[in-house]
Design a protein around this ligand. Structure first.
Ligand code: T46
Length: 150
């Protein structure tokens, strides 16, 4: 059995940084692991990987209505910018042991990819184009409405 991840909060609502357990083996190489349910924040129903991102390109630039995502840069590095409509934070994804939970209604953008960056994304839902909020003004309206309701 592996140790549980260390979980840190972000100032952006619902965003959590997971330092996943790593079995260090100087002889054979290392292994990092996360089980669901348990260590991971949800049971993944889908994964995708972005890679080969040319310098200067941005990915993401949207929020989700329902889907949760867990991002791990398994190789190379990139910057993740998260924004809940009030608070923003930049997170450097630079090691395969760091996973970041991005919940619904958080605007996320990835940029500053190294040439060798490979970003693995675990998603809680199947692909559904209607789950995307791609317009930032609409996103702000939705986050304000949610804050009013709470
Ligand atoms: C995110 C960042 C990191 C699919 O067919 N299935 C899928 O599961 C996904 C995610 C995408 N696609 C198709 C839809 C588009 O024709 O792949 C194409 C590129 O997708 P998109 O423009 O959404 O790619 P990114 O890099 O801007 O965003 C994606 C995810 O959509 C997003 O949730 O967090 O990667």
């Amino acid at each position: 059995m592996t140790t549980p991840p260390q979980i840190l909060s972000s100032r952006v609502r619902g965003v959590r940084l997971y330092e996943m357990p790593c079995i260090v083996d100087p002889e054979r190489g290392h292994l990092t692991v996360g089980e669901a349910p348990g260590a991971l924040p949800f049971v993944p129903r889908r994964y995708f990987i972005t890679f080969g991102i040319p310098s200067g390109q941005k990915r993401g630039q949207h929020a989700h209505k329902c889907c949760m995502q867990f991002l791990i840069c398994t190789h190379g590095q990139c910057r993740l910018r998260v924004d809940d409509g009030v608070q923003q934070e930049d997170i450097c994804l630079d090691r395969p042991t760091l996973g970041v939970l991005v919940p619904p209604l958080v605007w996320a953008t990835e940029d500053r990819h190294s040439a060798d960056a490979a970003l693995l994304v675990l998603a809680s839902q199947p692909y559904e184009p209607g789950d995307y909020i791609r317009d930032y003004a609409e996103f702000l309206t939705m986050t304000r409405r949610t804050r009013t309701c709470v």
